[in-house]
Design a protein around this ligand. Structure first.
Ligand SMILES: [Cu+2]
Length: 228
């Protein structure tokens, strides 16, 4: 009986030790597992953070380089009087550059109207600004057509057109979007970037006036351009 009790006790003790040992082992495994999960999570968040930082720094570099090195490229085109014009015409003074076409139903007439009003409001100081309207539809926009169209608004803006391939290279160098869109009557229209580029006298881009920007905001940007 004693013996049995002893044996039972020792069995119990043994079992208890084994159970405790198992529990400790399990606890240890859980702790290891937890460390592994933490390590994976930490590695993941480092990876995500570095991707985000990388993207942000890429954005910063691209905006800095666009602003500091300027946009556009050398070109040889024709102004609305039929005279040759190159990128040199845009340098040495603050400039406003806008891309559009004479058949434009809304954006171009609105922008030309706004520019005419703003140039008037800037007074004498604004006369230092040179303004260029570059055709995104050179196949239809002859120098004569550009001149007649622009002069309906103002004589302060110079129209630019020329060989379609050369115009295309110029619009691309300004990262201007253009797309020929067929109309039902067989004619076509052009989708194009509607922003107005404000260019410092050294040819670098200062800022843009977006289509629909408030007149007060636009004038503020133009005055800032004049003071640059
Ligand atoms: Cu337009």
């Amino acid at each position: 009986m004693n013996y049995t009790a002893f044996t039972n006790n020792s069995l119990c003790l043994h079992a208890l030790i084994e159970v405790r040992g198992e529990a400790r082992k399990e606890h240890f495994m859980l702790r290891i597992l937890r460390y592994i999960v933490w390590a994976i999570l930490a590695a993941l968040s480092v990876a995500v953070a570095s991707v985000l930082l990388d993207e942000r720094s890429n954005e910063q570099t691209s905006s800095i380089s666009a602003l500091s090195t300027g946009i556009g490229a050398p070109f040889q085109l024709i102004d609305h009087d039929g005279a040759p014009i190159s990128e040199k015409a845009m340098k040495g003074h603050p400039a406003i550059v806008f891309f559009g076409f004479t058949h434009c139903p809304e954006v171009c007439p609105t922008t030309l109207h706004n520019l005419t009003v703003w140039l008037d409001q800037l007074g004498d100081d604004g006369k230092r600004l040179k303004v260029f309207f570059i055709s995104v539809d050179p196949a239809r926009d002859t120098p004569q057509m550009l001149r007649a169209y622009i002069h309906k608004f103002t004589n302060r803006i110079t129209g630019v057109t020329g060989d379609p391939g050369d115009v295309d290279k110029l619009t691309k160098s300004w990262h201007v979007f253009t797309k020929r869109v067929p109309l039902e009557d067989g004619d076509y229209t052009m989708d194009h970037t509607a922003s107005i580029f404000l260019v410092r006298k050294d040819g670098s881009l200062q800022s843009t006036i977006k289509y629909g920007d408030d007149a007060a905001v636009a004038l503020q940007k133009l005055r800032l351009l004049l003071s640059s």
